[in-house]
Design a protein around this ligand. Structure first.
Ligand SMILES: Nc1ncnc2c1ncn2[C@@H]1O[C@H](COP(=O)(O)OP(=O)(O)OP(=O)(O)O)[C@@H](O)[C@H]1O
Length: 559
């Protein structure tokens, strides 16, 4: 984009950047370099050039540096804001937008957006100033030739505009393909165990290849558009140049233009058109990034569809939970039957309540509503007589702990995972919780004890150890309500009993979600839920004596 041109003129005005020095004088270069001027004026001009070159290099370096720093800050701020906004969104948002796409928005799109805005504004300022100054000088040399040069610009701008309109959709498609491919590769790699056990490597490779083919086709179209555009642009430029040469010849013959001025004019014309191209390129780049920018901003402006956080954070919480005629439909399936229909149930403090029923009955939906991952469509859930959303978010999730069958663990140490999200948690507290979960023995046998790295998603632990870790993580928070969603299924029977005994101490409310009916026989209260409705409830003995759905399910499982 730059050219090594150095011109000297009598006014002593030099303009340029980096390796481009364009003196803004009027006069004849050829004469001076040919030695017709005095030796002193050449020395003076060279000194001046050196001085201005140094100044130019210094300022262009500073400008580049300042823009790079601004770009880094802008990127950091945008990513922070976007990540913050994403974390505020309701669960349904993440069901609609898969992780690969969101991660691509957060990284590639924000980078591209920052680069376009910051770098293009840098180039735009530089090129505009240079263009205005050069234009002034060129007008002084020959207004007729300047007029012809100026015709080229709107023509090229028109072509560029057309090109942008055609290529914008393609660029959006490429961005989308990138996100999809990333997501596909991520899914396959993270699920490699399943892929391997189903011998699905070839299928996954084929799927990835098909996705690559789609992207390749879009890129091919972009290449064709770009080649055609370049060809037309070159032809237009060539036509204008021929017109200029014809005009210059007639000006020279009529004595209105000297050969020296013509050479000067052409020496200006090249960097001038380079600058104009740069301006148009920046414009084009900015325009083609508009799609990306608008997507990023649509996420930044998105208001989460969840109820506002409440203030309640009582010192003492009893833990009595009541579902009052709760009806609920998943936002992603608004047209199907509700997952829960007018559910009424009570979970008492100091008691273990078990939620049982066939697959798809609505057990997990109850737990999701309890953890406020979704909001009921009708009815409400009360905790100590207050709707759940009245409680302070952090307080609420500390008081109500969920331990699931396949807990989500993060790479890092055991201690990091146990203390996750807790401030000022001492090692003594962690050790005490581990003892209560009957897990202190296995941890003490590890080489680095609580500092042992558990690997990606806890990959270095057995399934039972992962469950133990999740139980410690819940207990260390000293919750008043504990939800065990098949949370002890991978533990030894002795450990299961010890854990259940422990969670029932301190008058805690315990909800056990169970698929294996054997684990719930000891529950104080059993609720049988089927097709989203409570069908029957009572103790194990009462339900067995009733010979209803619970009895029949038990018979089916053991027959
Ligand atoms: N994220 C979701 N989006 C849409 N529908 C869902 C979603 N999760 C569950 N469902 C539907 O809601 C109904 C209740 O499902 P739920 O997971 O609560 O049952 P469950 O009793 O926990 O089943 P299981 O014992 O198999 O875990 C089912 O019909 C299911 O298809």
């Amino acid at each position: 984009m730059s050219c090594n041109v150095a011109l000297f003129h009598e006014n002593g005005d030099v303009y340029g950047d980096g390796d481009t020095y364009i003196p803004l004088y009027q006069g004849n270069v050829i004469d001076m370099l040919g030695g017709q001027n005095h030796q002193t004026s050449v020395g003076y001009a060279i000194g001046q050039l050196a001085f201005v070159s140094l100044g130019s290099a210094l300022f262009s370096g500073m400008r580049g540096g300042i823009f790079m720093c601004t770009l880094a800050r802008l990127n950091k701020r945008l990513k922070h804001l976007l990540f913050h906004t994403l974390l505020q969104q309701e669960v349904h948002f993440f069901e609609e937008n898969n992780p690969g796409r969101l991660s691509s928005r957060l990284h590639s799109d924000v980078d591209r957006m920052g680069r376009t805005v910051a770098l293009n504004s840098n180039a735009l300022v530089r090129s505009t100033v240079k263009t205005v100054l050069m234009f002034r000088v060129m007008l002084g040399l020959s207004w007729e030739l300047t007029l012809l040069t100026s015709i080229e610009m709107p023509l090229l701008a028109f072509l560029q505009n057309k090109y942008i309109t055609w290529s914008k959709d393609l660029k959006d498609q490429i961005q989308e393909c990138h996100a999809q491919n990333k997501d596909l590769a991520f899914q396959t790699i993270s699920g490699i165990h399943t892929v391997r056990s189903f011998r699905a490597e070839k299928d996954e490779l084929r799927r990835y290849n098909e996705a690559l083919d789609v992207m390749c086709a879009v890129k091919r179209s972009t290449g064709i558009y770009s080649a055609v555009f370049l060809l037309i642009r070159r032809v237009v430029s060539l036509g204008i140049k021929i017109l200029m040469l014809v005009q210059a010849r007639s000006l020279i013959s009529s004595g209105d233009l000297t050969i020296g001025s013509l050479v000067s004019f052409f020496l200006y014309q090249k960097p001038m058109s380079t600058n104009l191209k740069e301006i148009m390129y920046c414009y084009g780049e900015t325009m083609s990034t508009v799609g990306v920018i608008s997507k990023v901003f649509s996420y930044l402006d998105r208001t989460p569809k969840c109820k506002k956080e409440g203030e309640l954070a009582p010192e003492r919480l009893e833990g009595r939970i009541v579902f009052q005629n709760v009806t609920f439909k998943y936002p992603s399936s608004p047209d199907v039957e509700p997952a829960l229909k007018k559910v009424f149930m009570e979970l008492k403090p100091g008691k273990m309540t078990a939620l049982v029923g066939p697959s798809g009955g609505g057990k997990t939906s109850c737990v999701s509503l309890l953890k406020r991952l979704y909001e009921p469509e009708e009815g409400q859930i009360l905790l100590d007589g207050q709707p759940l959303h009245h409680y302070n978010h952090k307080y609420f999730h500390q008081k109500m702990a969920l331990v699931s069958q396949n807990p989500v663990l993060f790479s890092g140490s055991l201690r990091y995972n146990i203390e996750y999200g807790l401030k000022d948690c001492t090692l003594e507290r962690v050790e005490e919780a581990a003892k209560k979960a009957n897990a202190d023995l296995f941890i003490s046998e590890l080489k680095n004890k609580y500092d042992t790295d558990i690997g990606e998603c806890g990959g270095k632990l057995s399934d039972g150890q992962k469950q133990s870790l999740a139980i410690i993580r819940a207990l260390v928070r000293e919750p008043q309500v504990i939800i065990l969603d098949e949370a002890t299924s991978k533990l030894d029977v002795d450990v299961q009993h010890a854990v259940l005994q422990e969670v029932l101490t301190c008058g805690r409310t315990v909800l056990v979600v169970a698929h294996q009916l054997k684990t719930v026989e000891k529950a104080d209260h059993i609720i049988f839920i089927e097709k989203g409705a409570v069908v029957e409830e009572g103790t194990h003995e009462q339900l067995m004596a009733k010979e209803g759905r619970y009895y029949r399910l038990k018979e089916e499982l053991f027959s």
